[in-house]
Design a protein around this ligand. Sequence first.
Ligand code: 8IG
Length: 264
Amino acid sequence: MTDHKALAQDAATKLAELTGVETHDVALVLGSGWLPAVDALGTASTEINTTDLPGFHAAGVVGHSGKIRSLEVAGRRVLVFLSRTHFYEGKGVAAVVHPIRTAAAAGCRTIVLTNGCGGLKESFAPGQPVLISDHINLTATSPIEGANFVDLTDLYSPRLRGLCKEIDPSLDEGIYVQFPGPHYETPAEIAMVRAMGGHLVGMSTTLEAIAAREAGMEVLGISLVTNLAAGLSGEPLNHEEVLAAGKAAAGRMGELLGQIVPRI
Ligand code: 8IG
């Protein structure tokens, strides 16, 4: 057992103690703009502070709260991380993926990774949820250490994407490109992303998805397009826009999550 895995196991043990729930089934990580959607998912049976668990850091972004909720949705024990540690916080990749490893140690076989992002496709409008079909990791790093050559084919579960499209046939898919951040892209970088085949740009998710796959979890990724990528709208990018897009789209995303979780 590596140290990272042992620390996650410690966190899972404490989590079970604090929630009174021995194992969880599904983990959900919230990105920018997603909090209102989760409020629609159901009432938390317990809410704890991430900092009550070993290995977690305090939340660093406005609109992200450092809490973990445990709730039951249609018989599934769901673990909701209301915030994430971002790569740009400089706490290291292990800190970024610690919640993922904790969820795996807590018993979760499935993880839903959500984020707020910039959109490149002409058809994308702010407030639109998009299924992540694949990713390009531009952080130049990995959460995996050592010679563990994890396969990332079909990282974003075709089965779960199919389920989502059964629930909402209007859902589109896109390739998510993670930049290190915390600055947004330049218009030239967005042109590069387009040339690479990317459709969504953000500062999270890919490292978490890799760690989830390493831990054997099935991954569903959903991006909320909160803004058009840099240079596409003629307007500067700002964080308030992100939070507003989340509020506006909460109903649709809450319904989507509410219908997916029971079918996972
Ligand atoms: I919300 O346009 C959100 N997060 N890199 N670019 C990047 N991250 C983002 C963006 C964006 N919007």
